[in-house]
Design a protein around this ligand. Structure first.
Ligand code: ADP
Ligand code: MG
Ligand code: ZN
Length: 612
């Protein structure tokens, strides 16, 4: 089946501020509340759950952005239960589906799933039940490749549709549609067929991960024309964030951190490779922790047994690749440690999101070294990165475009790690298109804990150069590229395109990299520059590019606007431009001694940082 993508004009309606959806006088309100208590055992609704349910039950197409653990499943399971007909749920992973079905059956809600590696006779039985007159299932889960490849399924759905028994279509983990996301699943791209075939069946797309460009991509691919968006803050106030330079003594650091702050409490240590998981687990055992490992190379039985030990608190630290996490529902995870750099900010946010679901304080500590970045980059270019669980099985070949996106995502993560000025929450949330006033962080991240003397700096000239540069490369390049050119890099891509931007190439060679990228980020935040996606072909492959927002850039370019930014006066900025052939982190990080915050004694950790 060929995927043809038109660029349709989409109408977004922001549902989050619309009080109508919070009303309690819908015809189904009583039934809704009763079943939420009785069947699901919930005493109330979490933020946006009631609103999303009311809006989807009113027949709208909906896009929901809700953090991991926010309770997305309920927003379709509850309507499925109280409405007639069958709800079709597309979910990326069989193990996720099985987990859901188990919970549904426990609650006496009839549900089934179809996947390609299931016995054909079992599949037929389920299909037969679907087209029978009594049709017992309330929810039917399928994997995306089922929709893409099974005409039998499509015919069955048409049959349900004709009998008005297709109640709702749900796309869970909808960011898998997008090559922008960190979990691209090619089969998700063919889901546009559902809206084409069943235009008036309400569709509900759910994700915890969407930047503006991912959202755009998902909405386009699914063919949603008028859709209501529900979005809530991705800030997790009870999580504390810090980035620590990774040294040879990293394992000792981790051991000390856990003993000082979370001894005998539950946590996850995310590692880059399977080998790392085993080594780190062994080391932690030697230090006297109840630790074990979990990764994609273990057989299902082994994995299940680890999960079980973990949920029973027989082990309390799991050293895992990103394959661990989906469907994990342990509320009392007190810390998430990243032993190496995560592959994207989305991924990082989601992995950290597994901590503190019970609302109590939890720590997220990331150990960063520039050499890990090189390592991950190398793995990406050789396609040997263990994808998070969604992608692990079906993505056999990774296109060059996806690789570029992955590299771009990784670079953003590097810039997050190297930033030792801005609030971590601010940096993460900006990535999800959310404005966050770092004052609200209340010193719960390492950067906000530092007591720098700050100085205001006039960066107008840098800003002007960057905007002009974006223009002079015909608005076709990414921020990373712009910074490379500005700072005079001679890497291959820059060289290839050099004739176009001779004038400003190297104009910022005396400007520190961190400074230039902060100015660039500021321009994007202020919408003087816009981040856009470039679709390069029919199949919708995309890349990130910067454009100039003429209206907002006008004053700056005409010299009528000054831009001031606040910088810490004590940060030493490296003069020489560091490229990848020179060895690790002599950057901002290594110049300062950093320790993770102490949970109980913020004042003390502040002093420690002060000694710089
Ligand atoms: P998400 O898919 O958004 O990551 P889930 O749907 O898996 O989140 O829900 C996470 C957990 O929150 C589940 O254990 C679920 O039972 C619980 N939960 C969902 N809604 C509520 C609610 N209204 N009250 C209490 N617990 C809830
Ligand atoms: Mg979910
Ligand atoms: Zn902060």
């Amino acid at each position: 089946r060929e995927i043809v993508r038109k660029n349709v004009q989409v109408n977004y309606i922001d549902g989050s501020d619309d009080k109508n959806w919070s009303k309690k006088d819908f015809s189904w309100t009583k039934k809704l509340e009763a079943n939420n208590k009785k069947v699901f055992g919930n005493h109330s609704f979490r933020p946006n759950q009631r609103e999303v349910i009311n809006a989807t039950m009113s027949g709208n197409d909906i896009f929901v952005l809700m953090p991991t653990g926010g309770g997305k499943s309920l927003t379709y399971q509850l309507p499925a239960l109280i409405c007639p007909g069958v709800t079709l749920v597309i979910s990326p992973l069989v193990s996720l589906i099985q987990d859901q079905i188990m919970h549904l059956l426990q609650a006496n809600i009839p549900a089934a799933y179809l996947s390609s590696n299931m016995e054909w006779t079992t599949q037929q039985e389920i299909l037969r039940d679907l087209c029978s007159s009594h049709c017992s299932y309330k929810l039917l889960y399928v994997t995306p490749e089922k929709v893409a490849k099974s005409d039998v399924l499509l015919r069955q759905l048409e049959n349900l549709y004709a009998r008005e028994l297709l109640q709702r279509i749900v796309i869970d983990e909808a960011h898998c549609v997008s090559q922008w996301g960190h979990d691209f699943r090619p089969d998700y791209q063919s889901l546009g067929i559902l809206k084409q075939k069943f235009p008036n069946i309400p569709l509900l797309a759910l994700t915890a991960t969407a930047t503006a460009s991912v959202k755009e991509d998902v909405v386009q691919a699914l063919g949603l024309v008028d859709c209501i968006i529900f979005k809530q803050s991705f800030n997790r106030p009870n999580l504390r964030f810090s980035v620590i330079p990774k040294t040879k003594k990293c394992m000792e650091d981790i051991d000390k951190f856990i003993k000082d702050n979370h001894y005998d409490e539950c946590g996850i240590v995310y590692c880059l490779s399977r080998n790392d998981c085993e080594k780190v687990a062994k080391k932690l055992q030697e230090f006297g922790h109840k630790a074990t490992f979990y990764h994609g190379n273990m057989d299902p039985d082994e994995r299940a047994s680890v999960q079980k030990m973990w949920s029973k608190d027989e082990v309390n630290i799991i050293c895992a690749t990103v394959a661990f996490g989906m469907g994990i529902n342990k509320p009392d995870v007190r810390f998430v440690i990243h032993h190496s750099i995560p592959k994207s900010i989305e991924g990082y946010h989601q992995e950290c999101g597994r901590a503190g679901r019970d609302g109590h304080y939890s720590s997220c500590v990331l150990y960063y070294s520039y050499s890990d970045y090189i390592r991950v980059k190398h793995m990406i270019s050789h396609g040997s990165v263990e994808q998070s669980s969604y992608a692990s099985r079906s993505t056999t070949s990774i296109s060059g475009r996806v690789m570029e996106t992955n590299t771009e995502n990784l670079l953003r993560m590097v810039s997050y790690c190297e930033n030792d000025v801005d609030c971590r929450r601010f940096l993460q949330l900006v990535h999800f298109g959310e404005k966050f006033d770092s004052f609200s962080c209340k010193k719960t991240c390492d950067n906000c804990l530092k007591t720098h003397t700050l100085v205001d700096k006039d960066v107008t000239q840098i800003a002007k150069h960057l905007v002009e540069l974006v223009k002079s490369v015909r608005q076709e390049f990414s921020g990373t590229y712009i910074l490379e050119v500005y700072r005079g890099s001679m890497n291959q891509i820059v060289k290839k395109n050099l004739h176009d931007n001779l004038k400003l190439h190297g104009a910022g060679k005396n400007v520190a990299k961190g400074e230039a990228s902060r100015v660039l980020r500021h321009l994007v935040i202020e919408e003087i520059l816009l981040e856009d996606i470039k679709k390069s072909d029919l199949y919708g492959s995309v890349s990130s590019i910067l454009k100039v927002n003429e209206n907002k850039a006008y004053d700056l370019l005409e010299g009528r606007q000054t831009i001031m930014l606040r910088f810490p006066s004590d940060v030493k900025v490296s003069k020489s431009y560091r490229n990848e052939t020179t060895t690790p982190a002599k950057g901002l990080l290594s110049s300062s001694k950093q320790t993770p915050f102490k949970l109980d004694t913020p004042a003390q950790s502040q002093q420690e940082v002060d000694t710089n």
